[in-house]
Design a protein around this ligand. Sequence first.
Ligand SMILES: Nc1ncnc2c1ncn2[C@@H]1O[C@H](COP(=O)(O)OP(=O)(O)O)[C@@H](O)[C@H]1O
Ligand SMILES: [Mg+2]
Length: 295
Amino acid sequence: MAFFLAVANRKGGVGKSTVAVGLAHASAVWGSKRVLVLDLDSQCNASLILQGGRGWLDAKKANRTISDYFFDMFDESAGAPRDYLVHNTGDVRDADGRALRLSLLPGSLMLEDVQGELYVKEARQAKDPDVVASRVKGRLLRLLRRFEANFDLVILDCAPGLSFAALAALKTADLVLVPFRPDYVSQLAVDRVALLIEEKRTIDDLREIDLSARRYICVANGARGNARDRNIIDEIGLDHPLLTAQLPHSEDIANAFDWDASPKRIEEKYGSATAALRTLYEEVAPVMAARLAAE
Ligand SMILES: Nc1ncnc2c1ncn2[C@@H]1O[C@H](COP(=O)(O)OP(=O)(O)O)[C@@H](O)[C@H]1O
Ligand SMILES: [Mg+2]
């Protein structure tokens, strides 16, 4: 049974794709896990980090993106989910130089359109818009779950918008990681995604759920280690569960965004930020293991 880890925030540019791919690399290399990244964002950044532009274009031309997967499978027509995946992806190799057991369902610019079309398809059978919406969400959720058998960890890189796919991902996730930047709007963005994950209307309702019982954990990304950043991070930690580990603001993390044709070890990929990534991984891995054991 795979663990489903969603990475989400209502805000863009906070490091969702960076953290999603960093943890995918970390889990494959240091945890020897079979990892799948599902790119649910039409920005396709997780796909570009893992495959580069040309690799992503190849997937698009071959009709092997998440849009194709959802669209083809929605009809329950022939085709196996694994046919849509790119295996041994990314420019990181293990310590022995072998390709990682890291797979990707490439993202698509068409994901919103495809969800619209699926909505129309469902609407031919039911009239109530709430029923239609919940059917679309339910079917996408089941399609996301279909990859479960072949992986230990499935990482869902979510778009900031409220697409059906994002809602399905948040619902099915065993844990949601919420990266945030220590700035003044981050508190609001974290509040909003927390309400969505816990399906609460107000912050007062949210407060009734013990921090340790929440389905999400926040992680500070891009902190510069000054007092202002520390204050903002501490304040988020009052209202939300928060990892001790952080990813610092780092040129090496920014550079790790760029796919590179030459394979390298994880230490080369993340340079001076490798230790921070490892600390993050070592804090998240036991949380995932404990939740999986409790299921
Ligand atoms: N810790 C960091 N240090 C430096 N640059 C970062 C860091 N985290 C993310 N970035 C950069 O910020 C930009 C946005 O990050 P990204 O992961 O795409 O955010 P999101 O997925 O939330 O939109 C990217 O260019 C990325 O390389
Ligand atoms: Mg992203």
